[in-house]
Design a protein around this ligand. Structure first.
Ligand code: PLP
Length: 375
């Protein structure tokens, strides 16, 4: 049995090596390293895959979130609501733009933004909501969009972990993750569900005017070369990354299926254990399993993690400290106890190896070892 990894990028690459290598070589031969046709081609293909009008590739997922906030022209002091249980980037860009991050708790079952807490956090200064589709499952977007419409708020989706996940509205329409709000943001960080071989990210929107603004902001605020209409940034996906992503996009649905198969194996093997709570699949969304995250009852999570390590099984804690308890965000004056669900999750979640190359033999070994821990 091969050594088990959290993410197996090498095994995935081996299977598509000739296509990837040819794509990279093509870019090298063209020497169009920046803004080559590969980037435009990939954006077109991703627009088609997502059924969204505009995909604007940028340097990484964090840039995508920042550019989204810049495009919405929020003013210093405006409040932006985001879940407190997420990767730091979501809150970081809010703070960086001089806006006020307003944290809300998450739902213990789905790990996504809790609707009741969201509604309570809205004030006259609230201008936007950034729901995060954590671990590969969409937040309750139908309700979030209704709340946003009622209060005249923008919605920026953090779809960095959820590319390809489909949200099902109550009228039966399905829309891909990141394509429901005003702007969606994703990351192509290597370990993401659609990952490149370096940094990359993109914004999605169906709004022509926002798309034009986003294009301009990402490109030094210019449309006509050397004429700068606004203060922008420099954030671009390079052609080599685009060539890699264009190949991998063709396999994305297959990759998602492989992740779901691994999740189904975990579900079956770990079902009905009194100390293990399996990931809950919300009824209104498909799950693309960026992470397969258990909740471990009681206080043995860290001991279990160590035990797995001793058996050469990696596992990870996403996330060990909710954002309101992070040193950098103390200035917001939150305190321990403010977000009990997120605090509980930080102490009890454990993410198992999840990638496209897991074999049944590996999954069997992982799950039997987990059960052994309690014997
Ligand atoms: C990965 C990630 C980001 C940031 O993406 P980068 O490409 O690493 O900048 C933002 N939000 C979430 C939820 C993420 O998982």
């Amino acid at each position: 049995m091969n050594k088990i990894q959290m993410v197996d990028l090498k095994g995935q690459y081996e299977k598509i090596k000739s296509d990837i290598d040819a794509g990279i070589q093509e870019v090298i031969d063209s020497t169009m390293f920046i803004k080559g046709s590969k980037v435009a081609d990939f954006a077109k293909h991703l627009e088609k895959y997502l059924s969204v009008k505009h995909v604007v590739p940028v340097g990484n997922g964090t840039d995508a979130l920042q550019i989204a906030l810049m495009a919405l022209e929020l003013k210093p002091g405006d409040e932006v609501i985001t879940p407190v249980f997420t990767f730091i980037a979501t809150a970081e860009v809010i703070a960086l733009m001089g806006l006020k991050p307003v944290f809300v708790d998450v739902d213990a079952a789905t790990f996504n933004i809790d609707i009741a807490s969201l509604e309570k956090a809205i004030t006259p200064r609230t201008k936007a909501i950034i729901p995060v589709h954590l671990f590969g499952q969409n937040a309750s977007m139908e309700t979030i969009l209704k709340i946003a419409a009622a209060h005249n708020l923008y919605v920026v989706e953090d779809a960095c972990q959820s590319i390809g996940a489909e949200y099902v509205f109550s009228d039966g329409t399905t829309v891909k993750s990141g394509c429901m709000g005003d702007i969606g943001c994703t990351s192509f960080f290597p370990s993401k569900n659609l990952g490149c071989f370096g940094d990359g990210g993109a914004l999605f929107t169906n709004n022509d005017e926002l798309a034009e603004k986003i294009q301009s902001i990402a490109n030094h605020g210019m449309k006509v070369r050397y004429y700068h209409d606004r203060v922008g940034v420099n954030s671009r996906l390079d052609s080599i990354q685009a060539a890699i992503l264009d190949v991998k996009l063709r396999h994305l649905d297959g990759y998602t299926a492989a992740r779901r198969n691994a999740a189904a194996f975990y579900d079956r093997a770990l079902a009905n254990h009194k100390d293990i709570i399996l990931p809950v699949r919300a009824a209104d969304t498909t799950h693309v399993f960026h992470q397969y995250t258990l909740r471990i009852n009681g206080t043995k999570r860290d001991e279990l993690k160590k035990y797995l390590e001793s058996k050469e099984i990696p596992s990870m804690i996403y996330y060990p400290v909710p954002l309101h308890l992070q040193k950098a965000y103390q200035y917001l004056n939150y305190k321990e106890g403010d977000f009990p669900v997120s605090e509980y999750l930080s102490g009890n979640v454990l993410s198992l190896p999840m990638h496209t190359e897991l074999t049944n033999q590996q999954l069997h070994y992982i799950t039997t070892t987990i059960l052994e821990f309690w014997d």
